[in-house]
Design a protein around this ligand. Structure first.
Ligand SMILES: [Zn+2]
Length: 105
């Protein structure tokens, strides 16, 4: 891993927000039974065919309103952070606090 600071991915930002669509609290998954059922159906089919199961894109299991909120938050953090070449090693420039732990080098 490089010592270059990387902002947390979009789904981590989205998860840190309360969902305006289903009311999921920060850190809780969205209530998306139909999307989950689609994935389960596809994986059941893959299992029948002896194929490897696919892990869904974490963004696919979140509501769009929540992704938008997370995305605005992420843009704001990136906008406030120094240019990549001016960032200090070991310093976090996101404002997610307890909602995210950077990977250990
Ligand atoms: Zn939701």
């Amino acid at each position: 891993m490089s010592d270059q600071y990387e902002f947390p991915p979009f789904h981590v930002y989205a998860l840190a927000h309360r969902c305006a669509t289903c009311g999921a609290q920060p850190g809780q998954a969205c209530d998306v039974p139909r999307k989950q059922a689609e994935i389960d159906k596809m994986n059941a089919l893959r299992a029948q065919l002896g194929r490897e199961l696919v892990a869904p894109d974490p963004l696919h299991l979140l509501h769009a309103t929540r992704i938008d909120a997370g995305s605005r938050h992420r843009d704001k953090d990136i906008g406030k952070a120094p240019w990549p070449e001016d960032r200090q090693p070991g310093v976090r420039y996101d404002t997610l606090g307890e909602h995210w732990q950077p990977a250990q080098p």
